[in-house]
Design a protein around this ligand. Structure first.
Ligand code: UD1
Ligand code: UDP
Length: 359
């Protein structure tokens, strides 16, 4: 049998598992894929649950490089990924999104002159204080194949002089949503478990460093949630839990904090929510895919199309803006879909194949 080209995929954080769930099995049809889990996310409800329920292959390597400062974490990943690349000698290294795992994977490969594939390239918030913005820019600039989800992302890359190797393929998270939303409806029992009725509650997530690391901002968000009087379900990221405890933030009775949930439960909660409040990148898009109004607890977003379409509003962490949006934000406009046709994964696979064949 002909030897198949080898891709080492580096991942490590929750949103990357969800993106890999859409792409990995498609890649495996034509490539040998070696999965490297950096260990950035390590709790079982932040990692194992996704591999199990989304049927992602077990990682071939686990680097245990989570926690610590940005430099310590990224440095440890870089050292360990380099070792794996020296052993595996892949034809390509593939990374997703904008986390420290993304940057470490891209940098390790680039230094060894292994072509870098960046899935979800070209996103920009234009806020360089965000670690994610630094990771995206740096990763894009060492990437050889840049798979971009939207035309906006193509334009961002062009402005930075990146035009070679850029392919507009749509969003793999949309592929994933199309595939898994029916399964979530069938399998998830989360609404019954939490005794929730469709469209009778708001769903909230908050974990971005810019919000969690500032006690005033985090307190204000929780105060606004409390004052809204709405039933709010909040699967809490471990980072935020630590901060809530450390700052001694009081939680109102109407705010129900639960542990992070698996993707199928999350999609079910998202679809049943009246509105979603979040600072997550992925969840802004999922709200849009599902037609649920999204209130984004940030001052800017990479996913500008969701705002332009009228289904996402930016409130930052202002109490009055959050409360106003909870009461009054009620989009009715038709959603014009800029995120592809649900076949991004196949396009990515086909393009890598052509590049591998020298086309
Ligand atoms: C990271 C990404 C962020 C992404 C998010 C997805 C970077 C710089 N940030 O942020 O872009 O939106 O993942 O969720 O890469 N922790 C646990 N258990 C875990 C994981 C984390 O307790 O399984 C705690 C640890 O205290 C850790 C802290 O959360 O130090 C932060 O984790 P880290 O991976 O550094 O950043 P995230 O906030 O998760
Ligand atoms: N998600 C999940 N369980 C949760 C919270 C989020 O499965 O408790 C999923 C969510 O549906 C989305 C992804 O995780 O697909 C988003 O990840 P996160 O918000 O951690 O990161 P971001 O997208 O902001 O980088």
């Amino acid at each position: 049998m002909e030897k198949r080209p080898k891709i080492v995929t580096v991942l490590g954080a929750r949103p990357q598992f969800i993106k890999a769930a859409a792409l990995s099995h498609v890649l495996k049809e034509d490539f040998e894929e070696i999965l490297v889990h950096t260990g950035q996310h390590y709790d079982s409800n932040m990692s194992d649950v996704f591999f199990e329920e989304l049927k992602i292959s077990k990682p071939d390597y686990h680097l245990n490089a989570g926690a610590g400062s940005h430099g310590a974490m990224t440095g440890k990943m870089l050292i360990e990924i380099e070792k794996v690349l020296e052993i595996e000698k892949p034809d390509f290294v593939l990374v997703y999104g904008d986390t420290n795992s993304t940057l470490a994977g891209a940098l390790a490969a680039s230094k060894l002159l292994i072509p870098v594939i960046h899935v979800e390239a070209g996103l920009r918030s234009f806020n360089k204080a965000m670690p994610e913005e630094q990771n995206r820019i740096l990763t894009d600039h060492v990437s050889d194949l840049l798979f971009v989800p939207t035309q906006t992302a193509v334009e961002h890359l062009k402005k930075e002089g990146i035009t070679e190797g850029v392919h507009l393929v749509g969003d793999v998270m949309y592929d994933g949503m199309l595939h898994f939303s029916g399964i979530a409806r069938e399998k998830s029992t989360i609404l019954a478990q939490l005794n929730l009725q469709e469209k009778q509650f708001l769903l909230c997530t908050i974990h971005r460093a810019e919000n969690t690391d500032d006690p005033d901002k985090l307190k204000t968000v929780f105060r606004a949630l409390g004052k809204s009087g709405e039933q709010i379900v909040l699967p809490l990221h471990p980072r935020t839990l630590k901060c809530v405890e450390e700052y001694g933030i009081p939680i109102s009775k109407n705010v129900r904090i639960i542990e992070p949930v698996g993707y199928l439960d999350m999609v079910r909660l998202e679809g049943a929510a009246k509105k979603i409040l979040t600072d997550s990148g992925g969840i802004q898009k999922e709200a849009f895919f599902l037609g649920v109004p999204c209130i984004t607890l940030r001052e800017e977003t990479e996913w500008v199309e969701t705002v332009e379409n009228g289904w996402n509003t930016l409130t930052g962490t202002s109490e009055s803006r959050i409360l106003e949006a909870i009461v009054a934000f009620d989009p009715k406009t038709e959603r014009k879909h800029p995120f592809g046709d649900g076949k991004s994964a196949q396009r990515i696979r086909d393009r890598i194949k052509r590049v591998g064949a020298g086309a």
